[in-house]
Design a protein around this ligand. Structure first.
Ligand code: SF4
Length: 487
């Protein structure tokens, strides 16, 4: 992957120039956000539950090794098997070996960002095992050969017409004009896939250490079929998904659906505790839980970024983010997009490969306000920026580590011009006389450039103005307008 600034800008330009993507983003972001607001406004205990959710996650992360050991014991106690994967390659190998060991020819998968993260589909297909995504959105992007566009709505960017063409091309369907017809067509194919599957693979929304229960939250029933029809169920989870007990689960279920889709509760919440017992009629004969690190230990060890592991992948920060709402999910270059993607991707794939992402933010703070577990995303975006600048400029390293240990927010800069500009700004703002003089100079400059046919793009910040406009100064300052009103 390559999301350095040049590549990122290229992808963003492409997304902005695509009218279908822009239409989809303009509709979906506000719609999800309105639904979230409505859900919380009629839920008085919501704010207290968000605090509780934050505290539970923080406590669990502080003792993550113990919680994971408890989870592993509990899963084994109920007849499941636990596998530990330090990185994506090891996780892929574990799952492919298990699938081959069971002689699996066909796998059905329910939507899982963690399996996207490790590139599991490609590994299974590479081993000759047919792999079918069963969430409708995931199924569409699998047919299109694309990555998810949004954490909870992977095919958000596709129009109905595009899906119609895709079904004609990939499935040989007749021309289906309505959403209902398209859904029915996919349903028919997927029902057959479930019936013939040897193995079901799911992600995990929460894993309860006390009982060894995994909770899978969804709206289509496909995860429930993936976990109950095939003889074997493999669940793949990032190690931060562990929570202590069932009462914690009830807290997260109440805030997850409200934050994600504005629902009081998702249509299906499957709580799975090990494989089928002797007296049970359905469920898999074998259950495997793969617990993945893949960079999470690095995040955990970093006091500035650890908080990102609280994320419950609701997608609310994407829906509110002004950058995501224009750039869309594919610009971020990997599976996680939006503000949370900009924070965690550099730690997962390496800062040098994702160096543009933490800068893709206006730092408006909207993501922090909507996050159900109150993750301070802007603070971590600044911390990642500082680390990236320090990587590229050794002179910044010392200052960066001093600021890291003090948990300070602003990014350091050794660039002389920037420092000089900051000193000038401080001197101007500290004196009313200098402030008035600077305002008058700016107005003079703006008049000059306006006469020459357009506002000015300051030469020192051409990189910055490539993707942004410098606002033209008002023709009259606030003070002048105030004075003329008073007269
Ligand atoms: S950071 Fe917060 S708002 Fe964003 S996906 Fe994670 S839990 Fe949701």
């Amino acid at each position: 992957m390559d999301v350095t600034s040049h590549r990122f800008a290229e992808k963003v330009r492409k997304a902005i120039a695509d009218p279908q993507i822009q239409r989809a983003l303009e509709t979906a972001g506000p719609r999800f956000d309105l639904a979230r607001r409505a859900a919380f406004s009629s839920f008085p205990e919501g704010e207290a539950l968000r605090d509780l959710g934050r505290d539970i996650k923080a406590r669990t992360l502080a003792e993550l090794d113990q919680q994971l050991a408890r989870l592993a014991n509990s899963v084994e106690r109920v007849g499941g098997e636990v596998h530990w994967a330090s990185d994506a390659a090891e996780a892929r190998r574990i799952v492919v070996d298990l699938a081959e060991g069971y002689g699996a020819k066909r796998v059905v998968k329910s939507k899982s960002m963690t399996t996207e993260e490790i590139g599991l589909n490609q590994a299974l297909e590479g081993a000759g095992i047919e792999t079918i995504e069963t969430d409708l959105g995931e199924y569409i992007i699998q047919l299109a050969g694309e990555a998810p566009f949004h954490i909870i709505a992977p095919a958000l960017h596709k129009s109905r017409e595009e899906v119609t063409e895709l079904f004609i091309e990939k499935l040989g369907s007749r021309r289906l004009e309505s959403r209902e017809e398209l859904t029915q067509e996919a349903r028919k194919i997927l029902r057959d896939a479930f019936r013939g599957a040897d193995l079901g693979i799911t992600g995990v929304n929460f894993a309860v250490a006390d009982t060894g229960t995994i909770a899978v939250v969804e709206n289509e029933g496909n995860a429930r079929l993936s976990t109950s029809l095939p003889k074997v169920h493999i669940a793949v989870m990032g190690m931060e998904k562990v929570i202590p007990d069932m009462s914690s689960l009830s807290v997260f279920l109440k805030i997850l659906a409200r934050s994600a889709t504005g629902q009081k509760m998702s249509s299906y919440v499957s709580c799975i505790t090990g494989p089928r017992r002797q007296d049970e009629e359905d469920g898999p004969e074998a259950f495997h839980l793969v617990i993945l690190d893949n960079g999470r230990s690095r995040l955990l060890a970093d006091p500035e970024l650890r908080e990102a592991l609280r994320c419950i992948r609701c997608g609310a920060c994407l829906n509110i983010c002004p950058v995501y709402r224009h750039a869309g999910g594919h610009s971020y270059g990997w599976v996680y997009s939006g503000p949370i993607g900009a924070v965690i991707t550099p730690s997962f794939v390496g800062r040098e490969q994702a160096s543009a992402l933490p800068f893709a933010s206006s730092l408006c703070g909207a993501c922090r306000d909507v996050c159900p577990v109150r993750i301070d995303l802007p603070r971590m975006l600044l911390a990642q920026r500082r680390k990236i600048i320090a990587d590229s400029d050794p002179a910044c390293k010392e200052e960066s580590s001093r600021m890291s240990s003090a948990q300070a927010a602003p990014a350091p800069s050794s660039r002389r011009a920037e420092r000089l500009a900051m000193k000038l700004f401080t001197a101007t703002m500290a004196s009313p006389r200098r402030y008035r003089w600077a305002g008058a100079m700016l107005q003079l400059a703006s008049r000059f450039f306006r006469r020459r046919g357009g506002w000015w793009r300051p030469p020192l910040i051409t990189g910055w103005t490539q993707l942004r406009d410098v606002p033209e100064p008002a023709r009259q300052s606030f003070r002048q307008r105030w004075a003329s009103r008073a007269r």
